[in-house]
Design a protein around this ligand. Structure first.
Ligand code: HAM
Length: 415
């Protein structure tokens, strides 16, 4: 029987993982500069959390969740996104009791049963941030600026952000009415999904991939914003401008999750990944904390798809600091020397050197080739004769110069 990885998943092998670690290092550093602290929540949660949080009318909840029953018959789901779990943890651990805004970040796998394609997988990874506890437009702008700064930090080119406001509850109710008046006459000509969406959540119709072109003349949500929503949206823009962050307003931008209020945005790439041009997105969720049983606290956040970043970095041939050269490769010639090399190897590793030896009983030449492949800075060569004299040869792989040192001086010679 041949085993294969599940459909829509990826293996990341050495060589690739270093590129992920590079992006993760940049993520951690940016989070530090913006004062976001890491949070780690379970990979699976009670299904209800996502039904409630992400929303019953979303594609995610309706058809994309990996759900199962545990042995106690409880309904569980592999997290399809990070926000619901973080908000659940915020409520459960009473972070709302802390004096400052909770600024949290996470990097980890998410799961959606989508049709796989380039840039779309069933297990994928998000880098996300959530700021819970403030309605200030300045923090909306911060979250947007954070995303763009991240792209700049990792060296990605051609990224931009589109912003919109989906309004507060009152504005959205007003808009839904106007949108329904526009959609109802064309109801029969729309795809099955859209016909469903009209009844459940008309806003989501605008996001339809099939009927997209039919909505060019749909009313703009921006015309339905009440004063509170409009004032907030304008202040977000003023803050972005103050930071020198370029943005475009896209009044058609709707997100695939139901929890958004007011600000919504998406990060775009010029180059595209197949048919996909979105690399991240987010927005404000002023009702979600209360929705999952917490106090009436507002929040805003965003998440970026890490696989998509990697595809773009590779496409753009971005220079990545992913080299992990070895400090020293130890070669033993003879049985006694081999035992001494084992001892020296361990001592060097304890001292902080990265060090390796041969475990395949290969000839000197093959071992030298290994040292080259591992980009070792030094090779250390020990034969039984040298061992008797208490000496060892140290060769610089860069200059190809070789010196002989006392065994006990090996570490200091390598330093
Ligand atoms: P989302 O737009 O559903 O938002 O996902 C954010 C990003 O995750 C997408 O832009 C994309 O880069 C990546 N992504 C989503 N699905 C897949 C997939 N199947 N394969 C590969 N990458 C994917 C959220 O998840 C929200 N939780 C963002 C947020 C945080 N809003 C507020 N706070």
């Amino acid at each position: 029987m041949d085993f294969q990885k599940p459909k829509g998943t990826l293996d990341f092998l050495p060589g690739t993982v270093e590129k992920w670690q590079y992006v993760e290092r940049k993520a951690h550093d940016l989070a530090r500069r913006f004062n976001y602290r890491e949070v780690r929540t379970p990979i699976f949660e009670y299904t209800q959390l996502f039904q409630r949080g992400v929303g019953e009318t979303t594609d995610i909840v309706q058809k994309e969740m990996f759900s199962f029953q545990d042995m106690g018959g409880r309904n569980m789901t592999l997290r399809p996104e990070g926000t619901a779990g973080v908000v659940r943890a915020y409520v459960e651990n009473k972070l709302f009791g802390e004096p400052d805004v909770s600024k949290l970040f996470y990097i980890g796998p998410m799961f959606r049963q989508e049709r796989p394609q380039a840039g779309r997988y069933r297990q994928f990874h998000q880098f996300g941030i959530e700021a819970i506890g403030s309605v200030e437009p300045a923090i909306d702008a911060e979250v947007i600026a954070f995303g763009l700064q991240f792209f700049e930090d990792i060296g990605l080119k051609g990224t931009s952000v589109e912003i919109n406001s989906v309004g507060n509850t009152a504005s959205r109710e007003a808009y839904n009415e106007r949108l329904l008046a526009f959609l109802n006459p064309m109801r029969d000509s729309l795809c099955k999904d859209c016909q469903n969406r009209i009844d459940r959540n008309p806003l989501r119709v605008l996001d339809c991939k099939v009927d997209h072109d039919k909505f060019a003349d749909a009313p703009s949500i921006l015309d339905s914003l009440d004063e509170e929503s409009l004032t907030h949206f304008e202040a977000v823009q003023r803050n972005l401008t103050a930071m020198g962050v370029a943005y475009t307003i896209n009044p058609r931008l709707v997100r695939g999750l139901d929890y958004y209020t007011l600000t919504a945005f998406e990060f775009k790439t010029q180059s595209g990944i197949g048919a996909i041009d979105t690399i991240g997105g987010g927005g404000r969720y002023n009702k979600l904390v209360a929705e999952v049983g917490g106090p009436d606290q507002p929040g805003i956040g965003m998440a970026i798809g890490m696989e998509r970043l990697q595809l773009l970095l590779a496409d753009q041939q971005t220079e990545i600091d992913d080299k992990r050269p070895l400090d020293v490769y130890l070669i033993a010639l003879g049985e006694k020397a081999s035992a001494e090399i084992t001892k020296q190897l361990h001592a060097l590793r304890k001292l902080g050197f990265s060090a390796e030896r041969d475990y395949l009983d290969r000839k000197m030449k093959a071992q030298m080739k290994s040292a080259d492949r591992l980009e070792a800075r030094y090779t250390v060569i020990l034969g039984d004769d040298e061992l008797e004299r208490g000496e060892i040869a140290v060769k610089s792989m860069e200059t190809r110069e070789q010196v002989t040192v006392k065994l006990e001086d090996l570490a200091s010679a390598l330093k």
